[in-house]
Write a protein that binds this ligand. Structure first.
Ligand code: FAD
Length: 545
């Protein structure tokens, strides 16, 4: 049986050896053993056959695979240092308590996590640990800053604009500190006793099938891959120096226009602090470089901004009870939501992005903008929380703070309020990819559609559709709404919702929202009635082809 100075490092995110203060502290267990543990949490990992795509109820199978690859890589990193990853299954709090008891752990180390799920879980685990005299070390290392510090510096409130965040945050302390990147060895694993531990399971062992998807994400999980990707990005100093979002091409998929480091940052396969230091080094070496908010370092700071705001805002992941979120009477429409989710809106640019999400779990930032705007304030007027749920489940970089923050941004519910600026589901993508290569890749049904119709296939004459082997309405859906009319309608609704928010000073009750929803729907019906003659004219014109 193990002796009294044993430590346990509990991996959740932070799936890396480099710059991992929790691991570093655990490894200092003077004469004892170190138990590196990962708990397979059924909440995230249990297959859900009733879900709309393969995966668990909370995570698409791409992200589960990415996580397993990351765990495998972590395990092999630990094995090189004389340790290994002990994989357990069950409700993490209960599993942890059993391990602490059985292995006579004196020091419990895990990275601090601001997500509400981990806040609640960690509170319970810490309470138990302190009641039995186990030392807990839970450092902030997922982000550059400690959100609590920034909120404190700002008088107890989270800063609500990026610029005020920058001013308050200043330089992170990690800018100057030396990061521990590797070890010569790690303490040995002790006897695991009666606790059932396993190697990292395969997808099949978790109940998934390799043939569940016809195309998988091309991005492999793990620290090794993260460091390789980072090195590839930063070795092109001119690219880093000139990086300027939002100038990149959202349709570039063979060689994405951005780093694709987000899934590695999400799982902590890559330390954001190391990323920060690498960027600083590049900036020192070049004469001129871009600056926040558009620079690459500026992107990392957007991450910090959303982490801080999310941590300091009540009900950040909801419209109701969220003090920074406009109250908007979004529409409930399951069929429309499902069409958007499944890439069946009839707008190839939107559908291709949603198929990339289903197949790859990653899309360019502006592609995310396009589909989020389309679902909410741009065309369909559906609740941002419903789009958020789809992203949360399918993205391999799915991140509670960043995802919720960006959905509020795109739906003009918070942070950004220019609801008259709407992305066109036709001309926006065309600007970057006039030939429609991106669409042809993710929507092969349109691969032979001539380029002049690829963004609006319903306008192609029937003879052209026949030749392209894609009849709109049969092989590919007709557009579910006409963008010009739908976006006009959305702007009108947003205008009325904003006016109500202003009038009530944000204190809008359920009944106020219900009343406004009823009014907007009645107005919409009468608008449609008035527009019908015009629509009929358009249809007659189209039928001539
Ligand atoms: P790069 O441009 O190379 O940026 C480097 C890093 O900076 C990223 O990896 C990411 O960690 C951070 N970053 C970049 N843009 C943002 C941003 N707008 N906000 C916060 N951090 C940023 N990103 C996620 O990581 N997880 C999400 O769940 C997520 N959901 C989103 C939902 C919507 C509706 C939108 C519009 C954006 C969302 N983003 C999310 C932000 C952004 O799209 C991705 O971080 C980015 O596209 C990832 O690609 P990259 O790593 O190549 O980014």
């Amino acid at each position: 049986m193990a002796t009294g100075s044993n430590s346990l490092i509990w991996f959740r995110k932070g799936l890396r050896v480099h710059d991992n203060p929790a691991l570093e502290h655990a490894s200092k267990a003077s004469s004892g053993s170190m138990y590196p543990v990962f708990v397979i949490d059924p909440r995230y990992m249990e297959p859900d056959p009733s879900a709309f795509s393969p995966g668990s109820s909370r995570a698409g199978v791409n992200r589960i695979r990415f996580l397993l690859e990351s765990l495998k890589d972590l395990d092999s990193g630990l094995k090189k240092l004389g340790s290994r990853l002990l994989v357990l299954r069950g409700e993490p709090g209960e599993v942890l308590v059993r391990c602490l008891q059985e292995w006579k752990v004196k020091r419990l180390c895990f990275e601090y996590d601001t997500d509400p799920y981990y806040q609640a879980l960690d509170f319970k685990v810490k309470e138990y640990a302190s009641s039995v005299g186990v030392e807990v070390f839970s450092p902030v290392s997922h982000t550059l800053f400690n959100p609590t510090d920034i909120i404190q510096k700002n008088g107890g409130k989270a800063p609500l604009s990026y610029q005020s965040f920058l001013k308050i945050a200043g330089e992170p302390s990690c800018a100057e500190s030396e990061l521990l990147m590797s070890y010569s060895s790690l303490p040995p694993i002790g006897d695991v006793g009666s606790i059932g531990v396993s190697e990292v399971p395969t997808l099949e062992e978790l109940g998934y099938r390799e043939d569940e998807q016809d195309e998988w994400t091309p991005f492999r999980g793990g620290e090794s891959e993260a460091l390789k990707r980072l090195n590839n990005s930063i070795s092109d100093k001119a690219w880093v120096a000139n990086f300027e979002k939002p100038k990149g091409d959202p349709s570039a998929f063979l060689k994405p226009a951005t780093t694709v480091l987000s899934p590695y940052l999400k799982f902590g396969c890559l330390s954001s602090r190391y990323f920060y230091q690498c960027l600083q080094r590049v900036y020192k070496d070049v004469k001129k470089h871009t600056s926040p908010p558009v620079s690459l370092l500026g992107q990392l700071l957007w991450r910090e901004f959303f982490y801080t705001t999310a941590f300091g805002t009540r009900n950040f992941d909801k419209m109701k009870g969220n003090p920074i979120c406009k109250q908007i009477p979004w529409k409930e429409d399951h069929d429309m939501l499902a069409a958007w989710r499944d890439g069946k809106t009839g707008y190839p640019w939107i559908d291709a992005i949603m198929v990339q999400l289903l197949k790859w779990g990653w899309m360019h930032h502006l592609a995310r903008h396009s589909v989020a705007c389309f679902l909410t304030r741009g065309d369909l007027f559906i609740h941002w929380e419903q789009g958020r749920d789809v992203f949360e489940r399918l993205l391999i970089d799915s991140d509670w703070a960043i995802n919720n923050g960006n959905w509020m941004w795109l739906s003009c519910s918070s942070f950004f309020y220019q609801y008259n600026r709407i992305y066109s589901p036709v001309s926006f993508g065309k600007k970057y990819d006039p030939d429609g290569k991106y669409i042809r890749h993710f929507l092969p049904v349109l691969k032979d559609m001539p380029k002049q119709y690829i963004y609006e296939p319903w306008t192609a004459p029937l003879s052209v559709q026949t030749k392209a082997k894609c009849i709109v309405g049969k092989d590919y859906p007709k557009p579910m709404v006409m963008h010009d009319a739908a976006s006009k309608e959305c702007k009108r609704k947003m205008g009325e919702a904003y006016a109500l928010n202003k009038k009530m000073n944000g204190n809008i009750g359920d009944d106020d929202l219900k009343d406004l929803r009823r009014k907007l729907e009645t107005d919409e019906e009468s608008n449609i009635r008035n527009q019908r003659p015009k629509l009929n004219q358009v249809l007659k014109y189209l039928m001539r082809f």
